[in-house]
Design a binder for this molecule. Structure first.
Ligand SMILES: Cc1cc2nc3c(=O)[nH]c(=O)nc-3n(C[C@H](O)[C@H](O)[C@H](O)COP(=O)(O)OP(=O)(O)OC[C@H]3O[C@@H](n4cnc5c(N)ncnc54)[C@H](O)[C@@H]3O)c2cc1C
Length: 431
């Protein structure tokens, strides 16, 4: 009997330390007008590096990675509990060495990279000396990779990349980009594209502009043009034609980590709305006395607990199987659930705060937009629901009878009769 919902007390001590450290020291960094990923900014580094050292000294740096890569190898369940704390503070993932998209990029270089790629790109990335971007989505196509046209052709000992990419998060801070390009247009659908490591200062890489998500003062979703960009042949990442499989490895972990951080964001929203409910005075008491407000609190608590348990169960399955493909259905399911839970809780939080809730003095409208981002980034909700349905329906592929499936009362009555008639006949005869 292995069910257990308790956190090991030793690890709980670490989580308790994290709660206070993030609240007291890390959260304020997000209010100074510097960007967590601006690794070339001396002011940012003077503030962030000592905190990263503190985290390292506590043995909490890059916990998602195994000891061979400088992490603790804690696995996804522990990372889930940690990310719940890190979720609400913009600098927290950087301070703890587990920030997207670098985590996913590090994961695929660790998995598919050559020894040289690991030394040149992975090691400095893991130390947060540099940051990276993942350059897959194109202006004319995101959800459907078969619409990608950015190409790479081999020319002697080099690859030459041409095309445009869109929403390459942090392209402007990155030292290198992981670019997905068509190398074999006539190959089967899932074998047409390959991945390349492209240093951002390679001639021909041009950041056209940095798009911002609505409400952001400064955008970091880079719109990048690649014009005759030449990289050496050894900058191919993994096998030629292997980009699709590699991106699935990458995005599987990324989606779970987004969900874990979203649990943290929702927890803060529930905390904020609860504080407001019990402290906002009315003629007769506080707004927490109204049943309608109680419904908002109850729905938020119920949805958050369901979501959190689902996320942790999915994390537990990843730890158990060590293979994202075996957990595809549940990863897609929590990805599809995440924007709805986040949106609904953010909306209630805003509503309970009244005018203050929609103001720019509170962060809640940002959460609402964040919930919409979660429904699009790493693939739209519809696509993930299709994955859930397809995976779920696999177990029913042998069912053929559309008129009288197993639940038909007529069928079941007939079967029950066939089963028990002989017994009843026997008892009758015995009487
Ligand atoms: C903040 C943010 C950060 C991002 N970071 C990165 C990054 O670092 N690197 C990167 O490469 N990309 C990144 N993306 C891009 C992201 O992966 C794409 O936005 C996503 O895959 C959707 O593609 P699209 O925007 O082109 O939407 P489209 O593909 O045009 O889809 C638009 C809408 O059409 C509908 N739709 C599309 N396909 C289907 C379908 N099969 N079934 C049903 N309905 C469908 C959905 O309603 C969908 O929302 C980021 C996006 C955001 C918002």
């Amino acid at each position: 009997m292995a069910w257990d919902f308790e956190t090991d007390p030793k690890f709980q001590e670490k989580l308790d330390w994290m709660e206070e450290f993030v609240r007291e020291k890390v959260e304020p960094l997000g209010l100074l007008g510097i960007h967590p990923y601006d690794v070339k900014n001396p002011r940012r580094n003077a503030l962030v590096r000592p905190l990263q050292e503190e985290v390292k000294a506590r043995g909490l740096w890059a916990c998602h990675l195994g000891p061979e890569l400088g992490g603790q190898g804690y696995g996804q369940v522990k990372l889930g509990l940690m990310n719940e704390i890190l979720g609400g503070a913009s600098f927290a993932p950087i301070v703890f060495g587990c920030q997207a998209p670098d985590t996913g990029n590090a994961e695929i270089i660790a998995h598919y990279g050559t020894a040289e790629q690991k030394t040149r790109y992975l090691q400095p990335l893991l130390q947060n000396e540099i940051v990276s971007a993942f350059s897959m989505t194109e202006p004319q196509g995101g959800s459907d990779p078969t619409s990608f046209v950015t190409s790479a052709r081999q020319d002697g000992e080099e690859w030459v990349i041409d095309g445009e990419k869109w929403f390459s998060t942090n392209g402007k801070w990155a030292d290198f980009l992981i670019v997905m390009a068509v190398t074999d247009p006539d190959a089967p659908r899932h074998e047409r594209m390959s991945m390349f490591i492209v240093p951002v200062d390679t001639p021909g890489v041009e950041i056209i502009r940095n798009v911002g998500v609505y409400g952001q003062e400064e955008g970091s979703e880079s719109y990048i043009r690649y014009s005759g960009v030449r990289v050496p042949a050894d900058h191919l990442l993994g096998e030629r034609g292997g980009a699709f499989a590699i991106s699935q490895t990458r995005l599987g972990g990324g989606r779970v980590h987004h969900a874990m951080r979203t649990v943290g964001n929702c927890r803060r929203l529930l905390d904020a709305m609860s504080r407001r409910a019990v402290s906002r005075k009315t003629r007769t008491g506080t707004i927490a006395d109204y049943q309608a407000v109680q419904m908002h609190i109850a729905d938020s608590y119920i949805e958050l607990e369901q979501f959190k348990l689902f996320v942790l169960k999915t994390a537990w399955m990843i730890d158990k199987y060590q293979d994202y493909r075996k957990v595809r259905k549940d990863i897609a399911a929590i990805k599809a659930l995440m924007p709805k839970v986040y949106h609904d809780i953010a909306h209630r939080c805003i509503h309970i705060h009244g005018s203050l809730g929609v103001s720019n003095e509170m962060p809640f409208v940002g959460s609402l937009i964040g919930s919409m981002v979660m429904g699009i980034a790493d693939g739209p909700t519809e696509v993930h629901k299709v994955t859930v349905a397809k995976q779920h329906l696999r177990q029913y592929r042998d069912v053929e009878d559309a008129m009288f499936p197993d639940y038909s009362l007529i069928e079941r009555r007939a079967r029950a009769k066939d089963m028990y008639d002989p017994v009843e006949d026997f008892m009758e005869a015995a009487e």
